[in-house]
Design a protein around this ligand. Structure first.
Ligand code: SF4
Length: 694
């Protein structure tokens, strides 16, 4: 509920929704937000905002907020409110009991991209130093983990190469697997402005997204590929570039590993990667692939922006590397207007990854087996760390079902609604002996929890978020935590329960520790952030004010590495029983599982998830617009209303996953990226049939 009144004070802070990271002035009256005003000096948004950041703040004061810790012995018992001490004590005693019986590795933790850098840093520190294993993972597992793998392999670091301002210098903009208008609205407005100024657009997406339909700016090329064929189409674009001598030879010779280029060029030149060969399997006409390749390679400055439509595939990491190959072979890196730019879904996905939330990496993307890196942490934390990578989220869930993983601490995530194959996630949670959920609301996952710890909104704490352009920005406390403790304070209390002598008085001290342990953050402090407004990492002695464009002189890994990206069709196949392909995405007004936005006035704009289906496919099935349909896959079934539209091609259907009563992930499968286990949300074989309501 948006409250109306005269503000008494204001606080400059950062939006807690998408990876654009808009700066806002939170205008306050007492402990209530009167309004959120986009802040002109914000370097990511320059005074702009979207309907989420501007209006969707009412959840902070929503009646559903849980503000007292709660415990219960079993999940069929009612919750019992208890003191913080009792709740923390329960977690500690249960986790210790489980570890005594089943070993250190029987418990773990999940960090959230909705929490601050300081909070995610503390959760991974608690797991490594307190639980004694590397069983920590983050929700980036289910979105941008392939970006981490792909860009680290090719360029040497797991991050986008440019700042948002860079788009103003792009002559050709290639958008693949992203719908910025809905997912990253403020950046989309910037991108559209550049298009209106004359930049050319290439869209590679199964749906006719908003950008394709922009008035006055027709997409120069829309490659409406079949879901699951990204790698084949990217390889075909590379084929044209190599065969037609559109290679930036100087850049490749000077900046890249030439042996890897040789191998890769030989691979893409093979006729199996020709546009004609790929047209048959992708559904994109060969002439369109050729024209897009020539346009991209021929531009003075060409930039690639991509999203989860690239990463959430069985070949997500391969596709990220195929994108990196294209940028390197055409020399489109290291200067404004170019680059490889992952559009991060959540506000702090970049930060959660930077902070060492992965089971194989310490902060700053150092592998846990790296003895030199590990010893720096061991010295400061005065403990030995495990050199073996821990369990990823899907591994934790599988181990839970198998009976060897029995306790989990989940900060700010709703894995039952957000992760694929809901039935499997539920079975795993049910099999655990101690599920600890720290959240604002009793979310879907909390149905299986034994301990509930009240979380705090971004308005209730100090900290930092890092946006999609590596920009670290301050989050400032505007009101007291409703549950009495900010999220970072809850983790500190847990750590003390596990015998760790943590004495942080303020998140700035956590950032000081991050800076000591993480070379790319060496120059970051709250003093520097307040003085400069924001900082894009790497920030160190060589770049004391940060780095807007990366790899301008050399790649972080030295020479850029070309990787052979062989197309391998997904195991998820259409057939007579499941003849359509489902792909999923987000709407403009809602955010992910909707826990926050559904508890604001934004719900008026998107009351339910609907199924987009092409009129031909609807007619074949006797489905009329607005009717209830059954959506069924090999994994499960759900019901939702049909929306007849030619935004999707025949053979493809599409929905969002914002509402728990739809539970779109009931139908998604266990298939995942070969390198990172990022789920294949974007390709599910389904059938759609008429039904009589839910
Ligand atoms: Fe900006 Fe994203 Fe927040 Fe919208 S949701 S205001 S684009 S940060």
């Amino acid at each position: 509920v948006v409250s109306i009144g005269t503000p008494e004070r204001s606080v400059i802070t950062t939006c807690a929704y998408c990876g654009v990271g808009c700066t806002f002035k939170a205008e306050m009256r007492g402990e209530e937000v009167v309004r959120m005003v986009p802040w002109k000096a914000g370097k990511a948004n320059h005074g702009h905002s979207c309907v989420k950041g501007r209006f969707a703040f009412g959840y902070a004061g929503h009646r559903d907020r849980i503000t007292r810790p709660m415990i219960r012995e079993t999940i069929d018992q009612p919750w019992r409110e208890v003191s913080w001490d009792e709740a923390i004590g329960r977690v500690v005693s249960e986790f210790r009991r489980i570890q005594a019986a089943h070993g250190k590795g029987a418990v773990g933790g999940i960090t959230s991209s909705r929490c601050t850098n300081e909070e995610t840093f503390l959760v991974q520190k608690l797991v490594r130093a307190g639980f004694g294993s590397n069983n920590v993972d983050t929700c980036a597992r289910v979105c941008h983990s392939p970006t981490g793998y792909g860009l680290k392999t090719t360029f040497g670091t797991s991050a986008g190469t440019q700042d948002f301002d860079s788009v103003d210098h792009a002559d050709v903009i290639l958008v693949i697997g992203a719908n910025p208008t809905d997912g990253h609205p403020v950046f989309a407005a910037r991108l559209k402005r550049r298009l209106r100024q004359g930049a050319k657009l290439i869209v590679i997406d199964p749906r006719r997204i908003d950008l394709v339909r922009m008035p006055h700016v027709e997409a120069a090329h829309h490659l409406a590929l079949k879901p699951g064929t990204n790698v084949a189409v990217l390889d075909a674009i590379a084929h044209v570039i190599v065969k037609e001598n559109l290679v930036d030879v100087g850049f490749v010779r000077e900046r890249c590993d030439f042996d890897s280029f040789d191998d890769w060029a030989g691979f893409v030149a093979d006729e199996k990667n020709s546009p004609e060969a790929v047209a048959a399997l992708s559904g994109v006409p060969a002439a369109t692939i050729r024209a897009a390749a020539r346009l991209y390679a021929g531009a003075k400055n060409a930039a690639i922006y991509y999203g989860l439509g690239v990463t959430e595939h069985s070949q997500g990491s391969t596709a990220v590397m195929a994108i990196a190959n294209l940028a390197m072979v055409t020399g489109n890196l290291g200067r404004p207007g170019t680059g490889v730019n992952p559009l991060r879904g959540q506000n702090n996905v970049q930060g959660a990854c930077d902070m060492g939330s992965f089971p194989h990496e310490l902060s700053g993307y150092r592998h846990v087996s790296d003895e030199a890196a590990r010893s720096v942490f061991e010295t400061l934390w005065r403990t030995k760390l495990d050199p073996e990578p821990g369990l990823r989220i899907p591994n934790m869930l599988d181990a839970a079902v198998a009976g060897s993983f029995l306790g989990i601490y989940i900060q700010g995530e709703d894995i039952l609604q957000s992760d694929p194959n809901t039935r499997h996630v539920a079975a795993a949670l049910k099999a655990m002996e101690c599920v600890v959920v720290q959240d604002l609301f009793l979310n879907e996952t909390a149905k299986y929890a034994h301990v509930f710890l009240p979380g705090s909104t971004f308005l209730e704490k100090d900290g930092t978020f890092t946006n999609a352009e590596r920009r670290i920005q301050r989050v400032r406390k505007a009101m007291a935590p409703k549950g009495g403790l900010a999220d970072w304070e809850v983790t500190v209390a847990l750590a003390r329960g596990f015998g760790l002598d943590w004495r942080y008085r303020h998140p700035s001290e956590i950032m000081d520790e991050i800076a000591r342990l993480t070379p790319s953050f060496a120059g970051v402090s709250y003093e520097a952030l307040d003085r400069l407004g924001s900082i894009q990492w790497p920030c160190n002695a060589a770049a004391p004010e940060g780095t807007p464009v990366m790899h301008s002189e050399g790649f972080v890994r030295g020479k850029g590495l070309f990787v052979v990206t062989e197309y391998v069709p997904t195991e998820e196949k259409v057939g007579p029983r499941f003849p359509l392909l489902l792909t999923t995405g987000r709407s403009l007004t809602q955010y992910n599982v909707g826990a926050q936005t559904r508890r604001t006035d934004n719900t008026a704009w998107h009351e339910e998830d609907v199924l987009e289906i092409h009129p031909h496919d609807a007619e074949d099935r006797g489905i009329r617009d607005g009717e209830w349909v059954k959506l069924e896959s090999r994994t499960g079934a759900t019901a939702l209303r049909a929306l007849l539209t030619d935004r999707v091609s025949p053979g493809v259907v599409y929905t969002t996953f914002h509402h728990p009563d739809t539970q779109a992930n009931v139908v998604t499968t266990d298939y995942s990226d070969w390198a990172t286990n990022c789920p294949e949300y974007k390709v599910t074989a389904v059938q759609v049939s008429p039904t009589n309501g839910r």
